[in-house]
Design a binder for this molecule. Structure first.
Ligand code: GDP
Ligand code: GDP
Length: 437
């Protein structure tokens, strides 16, 4: 896949554009200029073409770029990408650094476009024309915050982006995709390093992307797995942390959507707090079954009593998880760290399970026999039939005459009966209602 880099002085709006390309998600943009950053990247799609957007510390232009030595380093950092967006601040006008870098890109024979940012309305567009003084043929007045003209910019880039060579191909099919999550300091990196550092786990390099691989493929026992988005966690450095926080939520959501199962770590010594509950609830809402790992168990005294209390706390605060696997482990000592994969295997089976429409209907019938849905506005609510429309996570649809009138409590009642019949233990079940006759 080809890579696009966004270059510009601090505060011109690079991260804002980056986030926008990341899929119009809400992400955190800080106002602090010049934060030291490592590199971060993600895959995006435009007009059916997939590409990666890279952001590295080297693209955040500083005054030092006037020095020859820094220019050499900068040129070197351009090897990271195939195409560049030189972003400038339309409100500030042409800055000497913009000119220097524009010259460097041209002399280096790099493909690039100049995006003049912060042009929030058409009346401000004339501000963009100043940049023709840099000796370029075209400028793109955009507004990264409002998305103005960003589509034109992307159309242009896609039309000029060199063809992809043969795609590196490796298969995720049949692999259980895990994401390790939890609030900061619960031991996520320690856990991953523990797994990957030991020989019981056979790690496969992803061809072509090893240097910045975000996923790790491995085998344990007779099962194959992928650890999703390990880069942020594995390469944890102080520098990288700022960036992770900045893009944190977007990355997390994205990673979560690619995973099958969320391995949620809790600090056993500190207990379950509100932040833990929030992370776990978000992962569950996103449709991911959860394995609860009570980590740092080595540091807990009076373990029997503590385990009882932890279980009670889980039952109380995380009742919605419907019987998740709970593993008391220690990334530090290695205790029980492989049990997590066994639990994942069990959950995955439930997560991918499909039930036939005949069976699903019998469950609906049972629900109706036990408990008729109430009369709404003098009309009897009819539930005609139920079918599982998808797995991973399991999704059921019930066809009804007045779908909007099926109360939440009745839906929950049906979900409980689905669980009673089919298990789906620890699996989030989605139920939808559709109109029918
Ligand atoms: P970076 O340092 O280049 O990554 O810049 P940021 O993306 O962090 O943006 C710096 C500041 O400019 C933030 O306060 C943004 O809200 C603001 N900004 C970014 N894009 C636009 C834009 O299109 N219009 C306006 N008015 N402000 C913007
Ligand atoms: P992350 O922020 O979730 O990735 O957490 P880290 O892996 O960086 O761990 C945070 C702190 O907890 C570090 O000081 C680790 O050494 C410590 N830690 C991690 N796992 C364990 C464990 O199993 N037992 C103990 N006692 N400390 C741990």
């Amino acid at each position: 896949m080809k890579k696009i880099g966004i270059i510009g002085r601090p505060n011109v709006g690079k991260s804002t554009l980056f986030n926008r390309l990341a899929g119009q998600r809400i992400a955190i943009v800080d106002d602090m200029a010049g934060v030291t950053r490592d590199r971060i990247e993600f895959t995006a799609e435009w007009l059916g073409r997939r590409f990666r957007v890279v952001d590295t510390a080297g693209y955040d232009l500083k005054e030092e770029i006037v020095k020859k030595e820094m220019q050499r380093q900068f040129m070197y950092s351009l090897e990271e990408a195939d195409f560049f967006i030189l972003m400038v601040d339309g409100r500030e006008g042409v800055h000497p650094l913009d000119e220097i870098v524009c010259g460097l890109l041209r002399e280096g024979g790099k493909s690039f476009v100049v995006a003049v940012n912060k042009i929030d309305s058409s009346s401000a567009e004339n501000l963009a024309y100043d940049f023709f003084s840099m000796g370029i043929d075209k400028v793109f007045p955009i507004s990264a915050t409002h998305g103005r003209n960003v589509d034109d910019l992307m159309d242009e880039i896609i039309s000029r982006l060199p063809e992809d060579e043969e795609e590196e191909s490796f298969s995720y099919d049949g692999r259980i995709k895990l994401i390790v999550t939890g609030r900061p300091n619960v031991g996520k990196s320690s856990m991953i390093n523990r797994w990957l550092g030991e020989e019981r786990l056979i790690v496969t390099d992803i061809p072509g992307t090893t240097r910045d691989a975000v996923d790790t493929l491995f085998e344990y026992g007779d099962e194959k797995y992928v650890l999703i988005d390990t880069a942020g966690i594995r390469k944890k450095s102080v520098m990288f942390k700022d960036r992770i926080e900045k893009y944190g939520y977007y990355r997390w959501e994205d990673a979560l959507s690619r995973a099958d199962i969320a391995v949620c770590l809790i600090d056993g010594a500190e207990g379950l707090n509100e932040r833990d509950v929030k992370v776990i609830a978000d992962a569950w809402e996103a449709g991911r079954p959860i394995i609860l790992v009570v980590n740092k168990w080595d540091a807990v005294e009076n373990k029997d009593q503590a385990a009882k209390e932890m279980r009670a706390d889980i039952d109380f605060k995380l009742q919605f998880l419907s019987n998740p696997p709970v593993i008391f482990a220690s990334a530090m000592s290695g205790k029980n760290v492989y049990k997590i994969f066994e639990a994942a295997k069990g959950l995955y089976k439930e997560y991918t399970k499909r039930v036939g429409t005949g069976e699903a209907n019998r469950v609906l019938q049972t629900a109706l026999d036990r408990h008729q849905p109430p009369v709404v506005k003098g009309r009897r609510l009819k539930l005609y039939f139920m079918t599982q429309v998808a797995a991973c996570p399991p999704q059921f649809v019930i066809f009804a005459n007045y779908p909007d009138s099926v109360h939440f409590s009745y839906q929950r009642f049906v979900i409980n009966i689905i669980r009673e019949f089919f298990g789906f233990e620890g699996i989030p079940i989605k139920l939808f209602l559709r109109q029918r006759g």
